[in-house]
Design a protein around this ligand. Sequence first.
Ligand code: COA
Ligand code: MG
Length: 303
Amino acid sequence: MTARPKRLRRCQLSVPGSSEKMMTKAAALGVDFVFLDLEDAVAPSEKRASRGRIVDALNNLDWGRSVRCVRVNDLTTEYAYEDIIEVVEGARENLDLIMLPKAMSAADVQFVDKLLTMMEKKLGLKKRIGIDVLIEEVEAMMRVNEIAASTPRLECLIFGMGDYSASQGVSIRDIGGSGGYPGDIWHYQRQQMTIACRANRIDAVDGPFADFRQPDVYREEARRAMILGMVGKWAIHPSQVEIAHDVFSPKPEEVARARAMMKAYDEALAKGLGAVQYEGKMIDIASVRIVKNITDRADQIGM
Ligand code: COA
Ligand code: MG
């Protein structure tokens, strides 16, 4: 079994695959992760033609260090299998992952896994194409543990609160916020999905926030997701990218403090102590495990 590649997903930018202009713009933004969309951002009349536009964009634009993904249509549509086949055959190694929306069960992810395995063999691809999956139906939330464990090819689950609101009957007007609900309306779902992801060593990412003229609310939504252990958030507009990169990067002073705490703990251990005072508070091995998440992130980002 090949190990899962480590990829940065502080921001996953959604780009309509029908728009050559937006794909060109997206390639130059320096975003961690871009997904070119064949699903909801593309009208049915444009879906087939957009596959070719996406293949051209993947093959001909300079994507720099951005991870390149394509969101296909869901498995109940007439589009999904040809989306995968045309995009993978056309872009080959210029594609890193397929994103599957509206998964209902582990079997849905396993179907895409098997199709990709066949295609990698036929095309002789040198690298494995990963899968990211959207959790955006109540059935998927109920089975999130099975979905998270469905295949080693799976790298990340994303909480898609737009379709999820519709699926559960949540009555809020705009995609992404709490809409007047007392407290955080997505607390349970974000927790549930993040626990399933961490238990299976895959990434948890928070979905879209539609009101892109409210950067402060977007930042707060991203911060809530980050505190719970998610590694990134979607952007639907270029103005959201920097905010997500910032929220999901540890601050230099946090990293320095984490490294200093680990050093203090090692020194305590050398003296035969398991728990000591640090900055006036108790630290022990659990404190070190918590801050190791920060230093691991910093190492991944190259801080
Ligand atoms: N990716 C790349 N470029 C984008 C972009 C995106 N997601 N969203 C906007 N842009 C570009 C615009 O083309 C425009 O470029 P220009 O300055 O060169 O003309 C610039 O960013 C500013 O855009 P703005 O004029 O503020 O908005 P708009 O009216 O062009 O686009 C949306 C607004 C909502 C239609 C657009 O952001 C969009 O389509 N977002 C993605 C939607 C999507 O993927 N939905 C499915 C997932 S939830
Ligand atoms: Mg959706």
